[in-house]
Design a protein around this ligand. Structure first.
Ligand SMILES: C[S@@+](CC[C@H](N)C(=O)[O-])C[C@H]1O[C@@H](n2cnc3c(N)ncnc32)[C@H](O)[C@@H]1O
Length: 205
């Protein structure tokens, strides 16, 4: 399928955050793998954002890795859980109520790592391409393609096309899903580059 068609701009449908249980919520193995690849914190590069954070499982993971974390979500109850439960474990998470499908309140070039897990919004990727500083990283993982989930997932190639101008794709894996393989699950680790790149992804397909 060509990815030169205009990107779909539907109102994103989202799935709810998993409710926290008394046992620690498991974090995404892919996010953990990416944090391992990125390695230790650089000086002056310690700010990370989890958008949206849900109940903060990845915000906590980022804080455990030493980052100062901003957890964003529209769900005030989930952010309250982070403040009241997770902050007792770790005080390096700031909670912000924000619509992550709009212009999130972060200054350009200030974030070293942005984690986006189980949230589909092309608008958020556009905003993060400005907010993540040069040399910083985006860790992006869609939900799986089970059942009718495919209707909410991006088209094959869509996320790579969204990112190509501002990011080097360190790791990019898609799995086509849906009755006609019209959608894709995506796992991606991307590094923000200073100079816009030519769209090699499109040229190679
Ligand atoms: C499936 S959860 C994923 C949460 C988290 N990334 C995780 O992996 O646990 C989706 C989250 O998106 C939040 N959400 C949905 N629409 C949103 C929006 N427009 N802006 C910010 N958060 C939103 C929901 O409140 C929910 O916490």
């Amino acid at each position: 399928m060509s990815i030169s068609k205009p990107l779909r701009r539907k109102t994103p449908l989202q799935v709810p955050a998993p409710k926290p249980t008394s046992s620690p919520q498991s974090t995404s193995p892919f996010v953990r793998k990416c944090l391992h690849i990125i390695g230790g914190i650089e000086p002056h590069a310690a700010r990370a954002v989890d958008a949206p954070s849900g109940y903060g499982r990845h915000a906590s993971l980022l804080a455990e890795h030493g980052y100062d974390v901003i957890a964003m979500d529209t769900d005030e109850w989930a952010l309250r859980y982070i403040r009241e439960v997770r902050l007792s474990e770790n005080d390096k998470i700031a909670c912000v109520v924000a619509d992550c499908s709009a212009d999130i309140p972060l200054a350009p070039d200030t974030i070293f790592i942005a984690v986006v897990v189980h949230f589909i919004s092309p608008a958020l990727l556009q905003v993060l391409s400005r907010v993540i500083r040069t040399g910083g990283y985006l860790i992006y993982e869609t939900y799986g393609g089970n059942g009718d989930n495919y209707v909410m997932l991006p088209r094959p190639g869509e996320i790579a096309a969204e990112l190509h101008a501002r990011f080097e794709l360190i790791y990019y894996k898609e799995k086509e899903v849906g009755p006609k393989k019209e959608a894709a699950t995506v796992k991606c680790l991307a590094k923000r580059v200073a100079v816009p790149l030519p769209n090699l992804y499109t040229a190679c397909r």
